[in-house]
Design a protein around this ligand. Structure first.
Ligand code: GLA
Length: 742
């Protein structure tokens, strides 16, 4: 990996084995974009790539030059209103009311490694050799605002991480009304747009569309990154598929309001912007103050979407997630939520834990309902003290009992919320987000604590830390069950109200940082009514997230498949639940529920004491299987082979790093009569290794499995031969392929 600067042409070239990113300092001092794509050789000058031409109805910066118009020049950090009419990356409102600015190149610096972003999640380099960072400082002389553009290129993979730091070096107050983390001006718009959209219990649905003139955008103004739009976008060429072709993935490392958009202009060039949602954001930058944007990551590949996803997986698994659990296979858990909801006693919990232990489960998680006056969702949030009527020995007592059974103990919190019916709210009624003299809306009877206030965050920290110090808690599920409304902080002056949403997120991150550093062995799982905040920002603190409140195996195929576009299997929280399923009331076979959940963190969320003996035996086998293969399932290379969005069958697989073990998950939603012969061509195997298919006992070389395929047709559709169990709807199989050591 290298970062070149050619003084003569004032050109920057960042490259590694996969990609090149080339920029130049333009005649007006702004930074221009020349190329982003597959790695090309470096040379002194690429400035001819700058497209300038004389056009009618265009405005020009220089009287003697009718070619230099920012409207047509590809830029790195464009402003609006001074010959560029497209949406800008930055806007500074100044004391005199003007929003025009002129960010000119001032200096640059090339650093080994990657600097952290204070108070914000970010990818990182463990060794300096892993990455290089270019910091280009731009300066707007009139406002006195400096913008430092950070570009980090990693040694491995087609990844570029970007963010911007502002500093007000002048004496006048400036208001940042737009501060995108990334702008990428591309020379053509011949891309298909792919987004992950949905809603509660239907997250991460893949949606595609062709780009057209104008703006395509996704975003959130809900205060959480949202179920509706994941902060992730892929632009892929028309013929790109999973295995081949160009794609650029954009991912925003943030858990609050965001905007990702692509603007196609009249000349079919494309501007991509990724950053904080400008609609709900302003930041007052007084003289001497600094502001850091969150980070955005882009991944380029010419080897198809699956390769792009694998690049994100590796980065987010190894250089975004942190701490004790980063590389460790995750414990198999039992969560009591769908088993009991609020209706539990200590005895019932212990019975559930005992049965779970018998089956081989490793971690017992007590969900909502253990604290304060919480017996329904109308009370208790904010009072993080055990309800002694339910749990006589408190959390410490219950945790002791659970540990006594040989299980670890985990606990649910919803730190950012209060019910009005809570001691916490009664003590601090002004600590919720609400607008003066207007009523505050609720969601699930709860109100959002003003996490922009340090004292509110501290008070929650004190309660949580007390429990973590006193009780043997090994895991925390951190929930967030409503979006924000009336986002106003009683602690901020009027001209800083536009900062509230972002300050709220900074408060959330600060609490996460404090707890994860003080209790480094505790495994955190993020949750927001399922996948309402399933984003890379959260992954920095919590290496796994509950992907959806929908635990139905068929629904989960789409949710987990969609999530895998950006997120590694080790981050996708997935459980086996009861049938009929509690969200869609569907009956799927137990093995299918486990076959889907095992491509995730894996756990159970049902009352094991209600299962039959046979079912319990099956659960034990599932757990034994998962324990044996979880490293491959969670940390192997993940391949999407057949999409649930395109047909009745889904196939995906994971391959171990040494390529000696591969696990294929095959799923069929509806059974077919007299069905066709089917084969699936596998990927990622070693062509010359000889694999044993554990289902058939047959041996195959890797090249056969990849080019001829794995046979997946079955013999029972229509007529069932004697002695063969008929398949039904919602069928699935796991194929284990292993190289036998001799
Ligand atoms: C949210 C979570 C669930 C569960 C409930 C408890 O909906 O997503 O998993 O924890 O809250 O109230």
């Amino acid at each position: 990996m290298q970062i070149f600067y050619h003084e003569g042409s004032r050109t920057f070239h960042l490259c590694n084995d996969s990609i090149s990113y080339i920029m130049t300092i333009l005649r007006n001092g702004h930074l221009g974009q020349l190329y982003f794509g597959k790695r090309i050789q470096d040379k002194e000058d690429f400035s001819y790539l700058l497209e300038t031409c004389e056009r009618p109805m265009t405005s020009y910066l220089y009287e003697n030059d009718r070619t230099f118009s920012l409207e047509h020049i590809r830029q790195e950090y464009p402003v609006f209103g001074t010959t560029d009419y497209r949406q800008p990356a930055v806007e500074i409102l100044q004391e005199n009311g003007s929003r025009i600015s002129d960010f000119q190149y001032q200096s640059h610096e090339i650093r080994e490694g990657k600097p952290g972003l204070r108070g914000l999640p970010a990818t990182y380099a463990e060794e300096n050799e892993e990455a290089k960072t270019l910091i280009v400082t731009l300066y707007d002389a009139v406002s006195g605002v400096r913008a430092e553009l950070l570009y980090t290129i990693f040694a491995l993979g087609g990844v570029l991480a970007r963010s911007v730091r502002f500093f007000n070096a002048g004496g006048k107050t400036a208001y940042i009304t737009r501060a995108m983390s990334l702008c990428l001006d591309l020379p053509d718009c011949d891309y298909e747009w792919l987004q992950l959209s949905g809603c509660w219990a239907r997250e991460c649905q893949i949606q595609t569309r062709n780009l057209a003139p104008g703006i395509s955008s996704i975003g959130s103004m809900r205060g959480n990154s949202s179920h509706e739009q994941n902060p992730f976008l892929v632009l892929k060429r028309k013929h790109t598929d999973e295995r081949q072709g160009e794609a650029i993935g954009f991912s925003f490392l943030y858990s609050g309001n965001f905007r990702i958009q692509a603007e196609v202009d009249a000349h079919e060039t494309l501007r991509v912007l990724v950053g904080l949602d400008p609609e709900t954001f302003t930041w007052k930058l007084a003289g001497g103050e600094a502001f850091q944007t969150p980070e955005a990551v882009m991944v380029y590949t010419d080897q198809g979407c699956n390769h792009m996803s694998q690049t994100f997986h590796r980065l987010y698994q190894k250089r975004l997630a942190r701490g004790y659990w980063r590389d460790r296979p995750r414990p198999i858990l039992i969560n009591n939520w769908e088993a009991t909801y609020f209706d539990f006693t200590e005895e019932r919990l212990v019975e559930l834990a005992k049965k779970a232990k018998e089956c081989g489960v490793e971690l017992f998680v007590l969900d909502d309902g253990w604290f304060g006056a919480r017996s329904s969702d109308k009370a208790g949030l904010g009072d993080w003290v055990a309800n002694r009527k339910r749990l006589a020995g408190g959390i410490a007592g219950l945790a002791e009992k659970i540990e006594g059974l040989g299980l670890k103990f985990g606990l649910w919190f919803e730190p950012e919320m209060v019910n009005k019916d809570s001691d916490f709210y009664r003590a601090h009624p002004d600590w919720i987000l609400s607008t003066p003299e207007r009523s505050a809306s609720h969601g699930r009877y709860q109100y959002v604590l003003d996490f922009s206030r340090k004292e509110a965050v501290d008070a929650i920290y004190v309660q949580m830390a007390k429990i973590l110090r006193e009780a043997k808690v090994s895991y925390i599920k951190w929930d967030m069950n409503r979006s924000i409304t009336e986002c106003y902080s009683a602690a901020l002056p009027p001209d800083r109200q536009g900062e509230t949403y972002h300050r709220y997120m900074l408060g959330v991150y600060a609490l996460y940082e404090r707890l994860t550093s003080e209790f480094p062995d505790v495994l955190f799982e993020s949750c927001a009514s399922g996948g309402g905040r399933f984003d890379p920002g959260m992954l920095y603190y919590a290496p796994q997230g509950w992907a959806s409140d929908n635990s139905d195996a068929v629904e989960r195929l789409k949710i987990q498949y969609g999530a895998s576009m950006c997120y590694p299997v080790s981050s996708i929280g997935s459980h086996v639940s009861v049938t009929p399923n509690h969200q869609v009331f569907r009956n799927t076979p137990l093995h299918t529920r486990a076959n889907v959940a095992c491509f995730g963190t894996f756990g159970y969320e049902l009352d094991l004491n209600q299962l039959t003996k046979e079912e319990l035996e099956e659960v034990k086998e599932q757990i034994a299987f998962f324990k044996r293969y979880r490293r491959v399932l969670q940390f192997g290379s993940f391949y999407r082979l057949k999409s649930p969005f395109e047909g009745n069958e889904t196939v995906w697989m994971a391959v171990s790093e040494d390529q000696k073990t591969a696990i294929v998950g095959w799923y069929r939603v509806l059974n077919c009569v007299n069905a066709s012969y089917t084969r699936v061509r596998l990927q990622g195997l070693h062509p010359a290794y000889r694999y044993r298919n554990a289902r058939t006992g047959r041996y195959h070389y890797g090249d056969e499995l990849m080019h001829v395929g794995l046979l997946t047709s079955d013999e029972t559709a229509g007529q069932v031969p004697d002695g063969v169990e008929p398949y039904t709807d919602y069928e699935s199989r796991i194929y284990v392929l292993e190289v036998e050591e001799t």
